[in-house]
Write a protein that binds this ligand. Structure first.
Ligand SMILES: NC(=O)c1ccc[n+]([C@@H]2O[C@H](COP(=O)([O-])OP(=O)(O)OC[C@H]3O[C@@H](n4cnc5c(N)ncnc54)[C@H](OP(=O)(O)O)[C@@H]3O)[C@@H](O)[C@H]2O)c1
Length: 232
């Protein structure tokens, strides 16, 4: 395979939602614990999230200070911020908006801590100064020369430039659906919490499309269920 193997790993409600208040309810605590445990057991080379999830879980809402870098010249092409990195946080942030403070994630959970950040940007959507800012703080990036979203190409470059072979795709709903649409989800790992969600919460794939999967494993932990599917 010329790209990393992709496992979409998510906590869902009984009705297949992945965003909203149900995630912070007591009924979801056990599911979240199991979710982190399964994350670590996969021993992936890193994880992928969309811009919303990266800001909510790791970076905060503050925008990157691109205005300070408006007149800085940047060489064309991709950029490797740390050649020695072995574990990665892949951030789908087409405009380069996220105000990262460092080029590594700091998190209590070992499934996320110490991941080197790689921004997946889109050349035609970038804010001026974004690339100069990322270079300045040592964040890697891919896609500065591309026009529009190209998930298969981004994945191929992750393999070629960083040696990444296995990644967990960990939401949210929007980025999951783009990966489904691009046909690059190889496996689903769904931890179902014993609760339903609100009507406005988003489902596993915001914009779904038909794709066939085969059930590989199912496991019950009291009232939480883990379902593991492989792409047919
Ligand atoms: N249940 C779980 O296990 C779980 C796991 C993770 C997250 N979540 C929840 O998911 C929520 C966020 O989900 P979300 O669907 O709103 O956002 P998301 O998927 O986290 O991020 C979407 C954003 O990613 C950027 N993006 C870049 N390339 C993209 C592409 N090819 N396709 C789609 N988006 C692309 C876009 O940013 P721009 O708008 O800047 O273009 C887009 O708005 C959070 O509230 C979080 O709590 C749940």
């Amino acid at each position: 395979m010329n790209r990393p193997y992709i496992i979409c790993h998510m906590v869902t409600s009984i009705d297949g939602k992945v965003t909203g208040d149900f995630l912070s309810r007591p009924e979801c605590e056990k599911a979240t614990e199991i979710y982190y445990e399964i994350n670590r057991n996969y021993k992936a080379d890193g994880f992928i999230c969309g811009r919303e999830t990266m800001q909510e879980s790791f970076a905060g809402k503050e925008d990157a200070p691109h205005y300070k870098y408006k007149n800085v010249d940047v060489p064309s092409g991709d950029f490797i911020g740390d050649k020695n990195a072995k574990f990665f946080a892949v951030s789908f942030d087409r405009h380069g908006h996220i105000g990262w403070k460092s080029n590594y994630i700091k998190d209590e959970d070992p499934g996320y801590d110490n991941a080197h950040i790689i921004e997946i940007v889109e050349g035609d959507a970038l804010d001026t100064g974004a690339l100069a800012y990322f270079r300045d703080i040592g964040i890697s990036y891919i896609g500065a020369d591309t026009m529009g979203p190209n998930i298969p190409l981004a994945l191929q470059k992750l393999k070629e430039n960083f040696g990444i072979n296995k990644l967990l795709l960990e939401g949210g709903s929007a980025i999951n659906s783009s990966f489904l649409g691009a046909g690059v989800i190889d496996e689903l790992s769904l931890v179902v919490a014993p609760v339903t969600a609100n009507y406005a919460d988003k489902s596993l794939f915001e914009y779904s499309s038909i794709a066939e999967f085969k059930l590989k494993k199912i496991k019950q932990y009291d009232d939480v269920v883990w379902m593991n599917y492989i792409r047919k």
